[in-house]
Design a protein around this ligand. Structure first.
Ligand code: GRF
Length: 202
């Protein structure tokens, strides 16, 4: 059973899908705490509503990364809440080696593209502008690169001629909400073994 910390900066729909999967028995986990670098992020409100400890961590003085005092604070909070794994769910800061090393192959992220295509921001928009016919989402372990870690689960989403960035993102999110609990359950059940770049199921 995972003891999961969820970290996000936004609306937290993936966190909700994790909660739903736990409630429906599709995911053997408990959410130990939810952390956000954005004080009024809806993900914190969802956590409070679900009775999960919801904690704001000020990322200052940095704007785009989690390092220094804030990183140490996160590590302390995770320890105090007994978290043994981390799910990044729309966390908009780059995590750094200290946290990554402490949770090697225990920290996962969800990205709105079929990696290695379209890493970075607004991946669904990148796919649309590139003219890709298939977009999708990826759940992967977090390593020191940007969206480069070993891939656990991917789900494709066809691009329609009529798509706008908003409609495509909405369909990708539907698949994210299936992919994330599925990947976390594989982790929870001890079914993932990392062999170099590859994640094999045991
Ligand atoms: C998702 O699209 C995810 O792929 C990306 O950030 C978004 C988070 O959405 N990393 P939400 O806050 O879970 O609704």
């Amino acid at each position: 059973m995972l003891s999961l910390a969820v970290m996000g900066s936004g609306k937290g729909s993936n966190f909700q899908s994790i909660l739903d999967a736990i409630r429906e028995g599709r995911l053997e986990a408990r959410v130990a705490c939810v952390l956000s670098d954005v004080a009024d992020a809806f993900i914190l409100e969802r956590a409070r509503g679900a009775g999960v400890p919801a904690i704001h961590v000020d990322g200052a003085p940095f704007k785009t990364k989690l390092e220094g005092v804030a990183e140490d604070r996160v590590l302390r909070i995770l320890r105090d809440h007994g978290a043994d794994s981390i799910a990044l769910a729309g966390f908009m800061r780059i995590v750094k080696p200290k946290l990554i090393g402490a949770f090697r192959h225990r920290m996962v992220n969800i990205h709105p593209s079929l990696l290695p295509a379209f890493p970075g921001l607004h991946a669904w928009k990148q796919a649309l502008e590139y003219g890709a016919r298939v977009a999708g989402c990826t759940v992967h372990f977090v390593d020191e690169g940007t969206d480069t870690g070993p891939i656990i689960v991917q789900r494709p989403v066809g691009v329609l001629d009529t798509d706008t960035p908003e409609t495509l993102h909405a369909r990708i999110q539907e698949q994210e909400h299936l992919a994330y609990p599925e990947a976390l359950q594989l982790l929870s059940a001890g079914r993932l073994r990392v062999e170099g770049r590859r994640v094999v199921r045991v």
